[in-house]
Design a protein around this ligand. Structure first.
Ligand code: BES
Ligand code: MN
Length: 457
């Protein structure tokens, strides 16, 4: 079977050969505005799934577009050579909404290259993840040393609501020995990373009501509480004066193995001069190992149209990130309790859940993880990968782990700290993308080698 495994130099050459085509296909995917959120044109998600299916058919996979009450996912399979392991390659083809178009320097759905980066919604998150898998498959052609199951989801950015059902319905088809989730990030440009922990998430709405209708702000203001001021006071209780989360019952820890340079984080986040950080402890603990609460939306009269009236009801959307070790249901209960207990002026407070997801810690030890690290090191010309946590969430990793407890889960990714995923002007660093593609090809070769060694022992 060793004949099917190709050498490093062969794989380097093959990836180099494939990159122009991979880039063109990535651009084709970026032109499809497939957004799974409610209220968007879901026929575009269908188009996007079909485009992914076509790419996978081109890699000689047996392809099906499947759904289970939600948006379409694409499953592509190629059986393992005798005795070889099967690797699941995950990515998602749906993207985030683009937000305020005026903040984009170019059309989000018309990919353009500037300074070595490809700009466009989904150019990084996660269409480049899809294409990294395709690149690795194309590099091997018929000589793929492992079995593969491509699993390309269509509603990751909208909470993967139907994913669990879908996984259960297709369990046999997608079962694998190793799972590669290409939806995270690297440590820096030129420095790869293996993601070993992710935060969980609770997205919810909190609505405050103080009045049965709007009334004159001059006649009643001063004695009668308006809902918007009341909501602001309630939201202000979520953090203490240092900016740490002040909700009792949420799990948080310290112990990140690396720190993050403050000036680098300032630059990456685009923090304005004079704005300080919030919270205490190492920066990496603050966004990997502790909870975070952000107000991400507000329903209240728009300033341009606001009459001189007390606002009777106001609603905020919260994005709560949960530290590894926390549980979504417990955290939501703690948050609800906090919001009810701190209701100012006896106001009515209603909390509703949008969606939640569990945090996850991966014990990244053993031969498959070493194989991944070695593949990264080679692809980055000798630079060792950093084990990182991330503040973002991929809730279904926990589901994968429960369904396939023996599988090694490798969380990789195409993003770099300047990718601006979810924001305006999202982009992919093309030089890093080439390394990601090579690393994945090397990884597939190494997975086959590890399995052979284990079988020979
Ligand atoms: N690719 C991200 C997850 C991620 C974020 C990895 C930051 C590494 C660093 C993923 O597409 C994502 O955005 N997930 C959502 C999940 C939510 C909708 C449940 C998130 O984190 O908001
Ligand atoms: Mn993603």
């Amino acid at each position: 079977m060793t004949t099917t495994i190709r050498t490093e130099s062969e794989l380097r050459a093959a990836i180099e050969r494939e990159l122009p085509g991979v880039r063109a296909d990535l651009e084709r995917l970026v032109r499809i505005p497939g957004i799974a959120f409610d209220g968007f044109d879901h026929s575009q998600v269908e188009r996007s799934a079909e485009a992914v299916a076509e790419l996978l058919r081109g890699c000689s996979l047996d392809v099906r577009v499947v759904r289970s009450g939600g948006q379409p996912a694409v499953i592509g399979r190629r059986p393992a050579p005798p005795g070889a392991p099967t690797v699941m390659l995950y990515a998602h083809h749906d993207v985030q909404p683009v937000g305020d178009l005026s903040l984009w320097q170019s059309d989000p759905f018309e990919p353009v290259e500037r300074d070595g980066r490809l700009y466009g919604r989904g150019a990084a998150d996660d269409k480049a993840g899809v294409m990294a898998h395709v690149a690795a498959l194309r590099a091997f052609g018929d000589a793929l040393p492992v079995g593969v199951v491509l699993f390309v989801e269509g509603e990751e950015e909208y909470g993967s609501d139907s994913l669990e059902r879908l996984l259960k319905e297709h369990r046999e088809e997608i079962a694998a020995d190793v799972i590669v989730i290409a939806d995270s990030m690297n440590w820096d440009i030129g420095v790869p990373a293996l993601t070993t922990s992710l935060r969980g998430v609770v997205n919810c709405f909190v609505e405050v009501r103080t009045l049965s209708q709007a009334v004159h702000s001059g006649m009643f203001g001063g004695a009668v509480p308006d809902a918007l001021t009341t909501l602001c006071r309630l939201l202000a209780t979520l953090h203490d004066d240092a900016g740490d989360v002040a909700v009792a019952g949420l799990v948080g820890a310290e112990g990140a193995s690396v720190d993050y340079p403050e000036d680098r984080l300032r630059a990456e986040a685009g923090m304005l001069d004079g704005v300080s950080f919030i919270g205490t402890g190492r920066l990496t603990d603050r966004f990997w190992n502790k909870p975070a609460i952000s107000v991400i939306g507000l329903d209240a009269p728009a300033t341009g149209e606001a009459p001189n009236a007390l606002v009777p009801a106001a609603k905020a959307k919260l994005s709560v990130r949960l530290a590894p070790g926390d549980e979504a249901a417990k955290a939501y209960a703690a948050l609800t309790e906090h919001l009810r207990r701190n209701a100012p002026f006896g106001a009515s407070v209603t909390v509703t859940l949008e969606h939640d997801g569990e945090p996850c810690v991966i014990d990244a030890t053993g031969p498959m993880y070493d194989a991944a690290r070695a593949a990264f090191r080679t692809a980055w010309d000798g630079v060792d990968p950093v084990d990182i946590g991330v503040g973002g969430s991929i809730p279904f990793i926990d589901t994968f782990r429960q369904m396939f407890p023996k599988a090694a889960i490798l969380v990789t990714g195409v993003e770099d700290p300047y990718a601006r995923a979810h924001g305006p002007n999202e982009s992919l660093h093309l030089g890093e993308f080439a390394r990601v593609c090579l690393a994945e090809a090397l990884l597939l070769a190494k997975v086959a080698e590890v399995a052979e060694t284990a079988a020979a022992d």
